[in-house]
Design a protein around this ligand. Structure first.
Ligand SMILES: O=C(O)CCC(=O)C(=O)O
Ligand SMILES: [Fe+2]
Length: 279
């Protein structure tokens, strides 16, 4: 048997598709309140945002499949001195998960990346491919449970497999994130945002489990703070609920390095924040 997963509960889904979603309108204020509530209660939400239409997504995922089909030697060219920014996965480490990162993905960086990989353009996102287990009678965890260390992650995926830890009143169970609309994106609050918000927003453990005999492709936009700055919760977020700062000031890349310094690959970001920074 594969890892256990709960049936899908009602998870937050926020509609950002309306042209009338303009700052200052009641619709804007209601939507902001929904985003805040989902970030506090769940630490993630689905976004209905059909700006990338279904056919564009199909083209993008076909390109990504070509990208991951490149020889390993080509993908290895995408190196980076920061953990989790270059190429990850592939043999001999993990046959079931691969990812390629493009840092500060402006036009120049995307050109540099595509120059390494390909002559044509590609979106400047970290892209992930998960291979189904072979043969695949059972579900297999392709990406183990973790919280994201950064501020905000936006995921765009071609098929299911993503699961989040939801509170079931007895320590939590993993529930599949099933997109309610074909154009949906998934947004996750990361540990750095949790600490910056003085523990108000939640960073939620999630994982990837493939149950179908079909590879999963996913692109992620990972919003990180700039290096070299000390980050701490603003005064406004110290109040009735949390009358003092919960986390020490931190420099983001120092924390990221500590997450990956652990020999058993990584302490989860949440563990690092809680063990090293919690006041
Ligand atoms: O495959 C995905 O969409 C999730 C990837 C993920 O959770 C991560 O890279 O932090
Ligand atoms: Fe993640």
């Amino acid at each position: 048997m594969g890892p256990e997963t709960a049936p899908p509960p009602k998870l937050p889904c926020i509609d950002l598709s309306s042209d009338e979603l303009i700052p200052g309108t009641p619709l804007w204020d209601r939507t902001v309140a929904e985003v805040l509530r989902a970030s506090v209660e769940f630490g993630f939400f689905e976004v209905v945002y059909p700006a990338i239409d279904v056919s564009e997504r199909r083209v993008m995922f076909a390109k990504l499949a070509e990208l991951f089909a490149l020889p390993l030697e080509t993908k290895w060219r995408n190196t980076h001195d920061r953990p989790y920014h270059g190429y990850i996965g592939g043999p001999p480490n993990n046959l079931l998960y691969e990812s390629l990162g493009v840092d500060l993905a402006d036009d120049m960086e995307v050109d540099r990346f595509t120059g390494l990989m390909w002559p044509q353009g590609n979106p400047g996102f970290r892209v992930m491919e998960y291979k189904p287990p072979e043969p695949s009678p059972d579900a297999v965890i392709n990406l183990k449970s973790h919280t994201d260390t950064n501020f905000i992650t936006v995921l765009c995926e071609n098929s299911g497999g993503l699961e989040v830890l939801v509170d079931d009143g007895s320590g939590g169970t993993f529930a599949p994130l099933v997109a309610t609309m074909p154009g949906s994106l998934f947004v996750f609050i990361g540990d750095a945002f949790m600490a910056w918000s003085n523990g108000r927003l939640r960073s939620v453990p999630h994982r990837v489990v493939l149950r179908e005999d079909k590879p999963r492709l996913s692109t992620g936009l990972f919003m990180l703070p700039e290096g070299g700055w000390m980050i701490e919760a603003p005064e406004d977020l110290i109040g009735d609920e949390n009358p003092r700062r919960l986390y020490r000031p931190f420099e983001y890349f120092d924390i990221l390095t500590r997450c990956y310094a652990n020999p058993v690959k990584n302490m989860s970001g949440q563990q690092v924040f809680n063990e090293l920074l919690r006041l």
